[in-house]
Design a protein around this ligand. Sequence first.
Ligand SMILES: Cc1cn([C@H]2C[C@H](O)[C@@H](COP(=O)(O)OP(=O)(O)OP(=O)(O)O)O2)c(=O)[nH]c1=O
Length: 186
Amino acid sequence: MNRIILASQSPRRKELLTMLGYDFTVQKSDVDETVSESMPTDDVAVYLAELKGEAVLKKFPGNIVIAADTVVINNDSILGKPKNEDDALEILKTLSGQEHKVITGVAILTDDKMISFSSKTTVSFYDLSDYEIKQYIDSKEPMDKAGAYGIQGLGGLFVKNINGDFYSVMGLPIAKLNKELKRFLS
Ligand SMILES: Cc1cn([C@H]2C[C@H](O)[C@@H](COP(=O)(O)OP(=O)(O)OP(=O)(O)O)O2)c(=O)[nH]c1=O
């Protein structure tokens, strides 16, 4: 059966794929997201999206799988999800007053073909006081998000400028995905 499966546990990705109007189910991928330090940081998101997609397709062959990964890159280092509140504080201090990159990689695959692409956005933050950061961490919003913030939530108050696709920062570049998915399915 050619059904669409979103290989993601992210509620944001589910919400965003719903906007495209396709029927789909959700399966989480459970892959080890450790990557080699020698991999160029700009390639990591696509690599992980492919890995997640392949893991889910292996369990559910014969379907169309969509997977994604979002990374925040600051001075060529990847800032993942915070391990704890102290880590969130460190990450947000690093992003304060600076410009960083957010790359979301997407893979679409079936048994016999796979396409992947990425969407890069530049985000700059206002200067953040320690008090503002601590208040934000108290909201718990940063804890399950790359770079310890959510542009779609209270984290949006930190954003001075964004150059690229808002939805890609949130986890899924829906306009590009819409075009690529149509092409993939035709
Ligand atoms: C920068 C940023 C990230 N995020 C989220 C998107 C992703 O869910 C998360 C990055 O982690 P990911 O590893 O890309 O995704 P995930 O673990 O949440 O879900 P899965 O691997 O099962 O698909 O950070 C936001 O929601 N808003 C933001 O502004």
